[in-house]
Write a protein that binds this ligand. Structure first.
Ligand SMILES: [Zn+2]
Ligand SMILES: [Zn+2]
Length: 370
């Protein structure tokens, strides 16, 4: 008899069902992880609300070979239950954080240390079955053991979004000692604020929402600016920057207004990292970009070899103090109504929503280790 597990299965737009699925059989080069906690983010709510975008439900994924309904969940932690052929048995029984990135390790981008650009990149929980289930398969290269770090498995599920933030920060180059603006501090902007402050930047957090700004300050923002989404925003931000020299703007809101504000506040030589994904093409004043020598920089995913271990270290620095970011852990049954729907309607229940696939009820985040 095959062992079974509960899994959230994405069948298409607006159609996620909690089903019984066989526990996957461990494959060569991979770990079978008993999932402890999985995070959901805007990518997941987007797939549910207006996807499939990345989920290979209708067309076979060229690298993973997956076709059909898929189990989401690309940010997760758990305990290694089995190792596949070719994997060091040392992994057995260890608690891990995983970023779910599958990269070949040998293509030109991988060889340059840019595995997020791997030509056969696969995301666990995006392009193949993920962690919104009792068990998940993942390569050891996407995992960091939690041994001795002092973080709980719940907190370990925050390492992947932290790695996204670490990668965003790295795209701006050296930020130590520099004044940077983060436009939009919900979701990834919160993690980014923390990652930047911990890396020695002076962070000016900007948002429409006072509660988000308060949390940004708690996580290390030096100044905060509450904007109203109109033409006056740039002046408010300039006032807050004062005499400092602004070097980097992270545009996290993904709105046309946010990008316009980023360009408006940027003095010559500023690097603008476009973190938030614009829903449609927007006009950019390239003449201003040219004569002010601005750089407009993209960012995508994270490099599992460098960004992810750094992210684990950053999460560990704040062990036991993550409840304000992710206060609750929900059961699988609450995935849609408790997380994906409110997120897609712009009213996320918290900065980060976590799921415990083994729980039947909502429970508070467990922080630190005893
Ligand atoms: Zn995510
Ligand atoms: Zn590669």
């Amino acid at each position: 008899m095959t062992a079974v597990m509960a899994a959230a299965v994405y069948h298409g737009r607006g159609d996620i069902r909690v089903e019984e699925r066989p526990v996957p059989e461990v494959r060569p080069g991979e770990l079978l992880v008993r999932v402890a906690t999985a995070g959901v983010c805007g990518t997941d709510s987007g797939e549910w609300d207006h996807g499939p975008v990345q989920h290979p439900v209708h067309a076979r994924h060229p690298a993973s070979g997956h076709l059909g309904p898929v189990i989401p969940g690309h940010e997760f932690s758990g305990t290694v239950e089995a190792v596949g052929p070719g994997v060091d048995a040392d992994w057995l029984g260890r608690e891990v954080a995983s970023c779910g990135a599958v990269a070949c390790g040998t293509c030109p981008p991988c060889a340059r240390g840019e595995s997020n650009r791997c030509t056969t990149y696969v995301g666990v929980g995006l392009h193949r079955d993920g962690a919104l289930a009792g068990y998940v398969l993942t390569p050891p290269e996407s995992c960091v053991p939690l041994d001795g770090l002092g973080i709980s498995l719940d907190e370990a599920a925050l390492c992947q979004p932290m790695a996204i933030a670490v990668h965003c920060a790295s795209r701006a180059g050296d930020i130590e000692g520099q004044t940077v603006v983060v436009l939009g501090v919900g979701g990834i902007g919160t993690f980014l604020t923390y990652a930047l402050a911990e890396s020695g930047a002076t962070v000016v957090a900007v948002d429409l929402d006072a509660a988000r700004l308060e949390l940004a300050r708690e996580l290390g923002a030096h100044r905060s600016v509450q904007t109203s989404g109109d033409d006056g925003d740039a002046a408010l931000i300039r006032d807050a920057i004062g005499e400092d020299e602004l070097r980097v703007v992270f545009e996290v809101s993904g709105t046309r207004g946010g990008l316009a504000t980023a360009l408006a506040v940027s003095p010559p030589g500023t690097r603008i990292v476009a973190v938030g994904i614009q829903g449609r093409p927007v006009e950019v004043d390239l003449a201003a970009l040219t004569v002010r020598e601005l750089s407009l920089i993209g960012t995508n995913a994270q490099v599992r070899e460098t960004d992810f271990p750094r992210a684990v270290e950053l999460v560990a620095r704040r062990a036991g103090r993550w409840a304000a970011v992710a206060p609750w852990v929900l059961p699988l049954e609450d995935l849609v109504e408790g997380a994906l729907r409110p997120m897609s309607e712009g009213r996320p229940p918290a900065v980060k929503t976590l799921i415990d696939p083994w729980s039947r009820t909502r429970r508070p985040l467990r922080g630190g280790t005893s």
